[in-house]
Structure formats: structure tokens, C-alpha cells
Write a protein that binds this ligand. Sequence first.
Ligand code: ADP
Length: 529
Amino acid sequence: MLGLNQDYPLTLPTVLEHGAANYGCTEVVSFGHGETVRTDYAAIGRRARRLGSVLGQEMYGSLAWNTFRHLELFYAVSGAGAVLHTANPRLPPAQIAYTIDFAGYNTLFIDLDTLALAESLQPQLPKIETYIVMAPRDAMPATDLPNAVCYEDLIDAGDADWVWPTIDERSGAVLCFTSGTTGAPKGALYSHRGTVLNALSTGGGNGWGLSANDAILAVPGFFHCNGWQIPFFGPMYGAKLVLPGRSADTPFLHRLIIQESISVAPGVPTIWLGLLEHCRETQQDLGRLNRIFSGGSAPPAAMMEAYLRDFGIRTIHGWGMTETTAGSTMSFALDDLAKMRTQGKPLYGNEIRIVDETGKAAPRDGKTPGSLQVRGHWVAGGYFRRPDAVCQSPDGWLDTGDIAAIDPDNTLHLLDRAKDMVKSGGEWISSQALEEAALRLPSVQEAAVLAIPHPKWQERPLLVLVARPGANPTEADVITHLSQIVPKWWLPDAIVFVDALPLGPTGKLAKTELRQWLKDGRLSPYPIR
Ligand code: ADP
């Protein structure tokens, strides 16, 4: 027997309309290319409807940073029943062109900060017929791009009273590509339903704990996992949104945190390490900020400790990947540092398990490592137009490529990416745990562990370090420090100091690039014992 509730689909326009109707005056503050705009959800709603009313294709692309126009675009495109491919301007140019061409649409939305990039890519984008520049009319640039149209002209041509069409909640809404660390980028096509359910669940009490009292600083690019769902969190929870454009510059972010009374801010650990350093150097506080959300890679314990001790700021720590839309597990811990360091528990809507090499479930004893798999409302079941690229186990779980242990109470401990683990004498050394241990030495600013081939042990760890400015840690200091934390056989066979570590397109340590340094001889490890 079917229930008798109304059929009210889980679609993205319902999220925007909720924000516009209930939190119409809540501010959205946007910075981009010299333009500062203060708008609100009522205006965003009107403009998204106008834009939606003039869109007629099946798919559109954006190559753009975090601004209010890009926010409107998420709703206008998906609400019109089309798919928005959020191309990632931080990818290598050949990969950006590949993703746009592979998706195959003919209209690309760009902004003034991606104009030069779009111009350089244009010869590689034969399918793009129209470029829509998301800029005010008086700032329309002179450009050779074919059919460059001003975004504001489309808005003016549209109808603010237009009614969103009825959409099947299972329809695709946003297409987001993996960053191609292993081969060509692959597309995850997020449905309306998966996106709404993820935002509802991850924004709630055991996740970000959002409400209309919050002001969110949107640091993660909108092109990476839907900007970690911030475009939807804002109107869904009635929170103020602050969109910093393309800038992730620490003093600028700090200024926004104070000036805009930010209460919650998400980002990769690199951002939070930089901010901490900035506050220490300039002796400034963090205003109303009471929680940071750290995701994308493991946050150093010392960093979470310092935020809590010095500023009373709690770190919400989450795990997720492009294939899981955004966050999937989160640590909900008020001030328990041990809990904050774990990747937390699955939020309602998805499940996790670990399996051994044969695909058999591994025990949840908090110790046994296994391959992490996940399934749920917002987890990818396949890749966009790539039937050859299978991501699921035969019984329907997504293989994440991560190695983890799970506690009996289902708390996740991510140990490493499978390809980053160091396999020494048949035993695994977690590069993440070793990096974390090195980072606890105050004279160390950044750390990365690579596996180097070894005739007897197959692989041994190489530790690459960046010293804190003004500090001069020696190899002996590092080894003495590590010996107190990790087993003796984990101690690195070589330590190399560099000026900076390479970062990938999402601000995370780029281990592939670092491995290339090793191959090219740019890193020359030498035995230390
Ligand atoms: P990229 O390839 O650019 O890193 P993703 O965002 O899809 O793209 O990366 C997801 C991966 O990042 C995960 O599979 C995991 O290895 C790592 N990761 C994400 N969150 C965390 C976390 N909280 N702790 C440790 N690793 C994480």
C-alpha cells in the first residue's frame, strides 16, 4: 500500500525557493574581480528564475569562481531541468579542456577571473559556440571569444515570475569531475535527490550543525564537490553566505571572517594551517568564528588542538570524495580531540564497510585495515558516459580507494589512500599517520611521506619536510621526535627538506607531483641509517 503523502520531489529549486521565501533578506556577500555585491536570497531567487526561463539546452558548463552569479547558475540550470558541469579552473589546462569537450555542451559560463583561461582554452573547445560572461554590463571585456554574451542580458531577458518545471528528483543536476590523479578525470553526475539529501544530512546537527544564525565563508571552489554543498546549505538553512571569488589569500579570508561575522568556515587543512600562522604572527583573533570544517585530507592534531585551545574553535572533521557528492562521514565532537581526529561516523543516508583483498568484510575492531567502501543516497553508482570505468563492487558498494579501520561503534579511521600506503616487509605503514607524527614537531610546517623502493623490504618511507620559517630542525631532531610516537620500523629511511610542497587543484598535497620530483631527481634522498 502506498503512503498518502503528497508527491513533493527533492529538487534543487525547492531549496532556493525555501531560502527566498523564509530568509529572503538574509545576506549573500560576493567578491570577485573588484566587484563587491551585497544581495539576498529573495533577489537570488528572482534572478535564478529569470535565467532559468531563458535556458533551453540539456547541459551547460561553468568555468568560474565563487560568486553570487555562479550561485544563481546552480539553481537556474538545474531548475530548468538541465545539468551544470562545474569545470575546475585549477586543473591542468589540458584536463579542463578534456572535461568540457567530453561533456559535449555548447554554452560555457565564465567570469572575469577565468576569462584569460577561457581565451587560452578556446582553440581546444571546438563544441563551445557561446561564452556567457558573468560580469556586470559595464565591465564586459573586449574579447576574441566567439559569441561572448553578457550574463546580465540573459537575466534581463528572463521572466521573474516563471515557474520551475516539474523535474524527476532522480534527474542529473550537477556534473563534477574527479581531479584525475589516476588517469583521465571521470565525471560524477549528481542527481537532485542525492544532492538535497546530502545537504540535509551533512548540514544537520551531527554534521555542520547549521542554522539561520550562521554565516558561512565559502572557501572550497564551487567546482569541487559542489563547493562542499555550500550553495545549497545557504538557502536550506537560511545561513548568510560570504563568497570570496577566486581568492584564498589568508589575510583576505581573515578580514572576511572578522568583517562579515563568519561563524563557520570550511576548507582543506592547508587553509587552516595558514590562518593559524597568520593569527599567531599578527596577534589577531577570529571574531565570531566558532567552528571550522576540515575535509579533503587529514587535519594535523596539533592544528585542531591549537584552534580549540587558543580560540575555542571546534574542528568538524569530515571525509568524502567527488564520488560521494560531498561529505559522507563526520566527527561530531564538542571538545574531544581524540574524536575530532577520526573521520567520524557516517551521516544518515550512507553506510561504510571495509573489505579485504578478496572482497570479504573485514572486522570492525578499530585495528584491522581494509579497503573502504560506501553506499547510500548520494554515492556514485557509475561514471558519466564511462560504462567501462566500474566503481562499484558486484554487491553495489563504491570502492573509494582508501584504506581504513572501523571501530565497533562505526567510527572511521582513514589510514591512507591505497596508493600512498608504504608496504614494508609485507606490513603497511600509513603515510598519513607518519606525516601527522612529523607535524607534531613544532619546527616542522609541512610533511609528506613517499614510498621508495627497497631491495629487502620492498618499500620504505621517505619523509619530505618543510621547516617552519626561522626554524632549523635536523634529521636527528626529527628521528628522535618520531621515535617517541611511531614504531621503530616506521622510521623513515631518508629525510629531505624542501622549500615548499606541491599542491594539487583542490589545495591538497599533490603526491603524484612529488613522486615525479623523485623520478626527475629533484628530490634526492640519501640514506640516514
Ligand atoms: P582529489 O583526488 O582531488 O583529492 P577528492 O576530493 O575526490 O579528489 O578526494 C577524495 C579523497 O581525499 C578521499 O578518497 C581521501 O583519500 C581523501 N580525504 C578526503 N577527506 C579526508 C579526510 N577527512 N581525512 C583524510 N583523507 C581525506
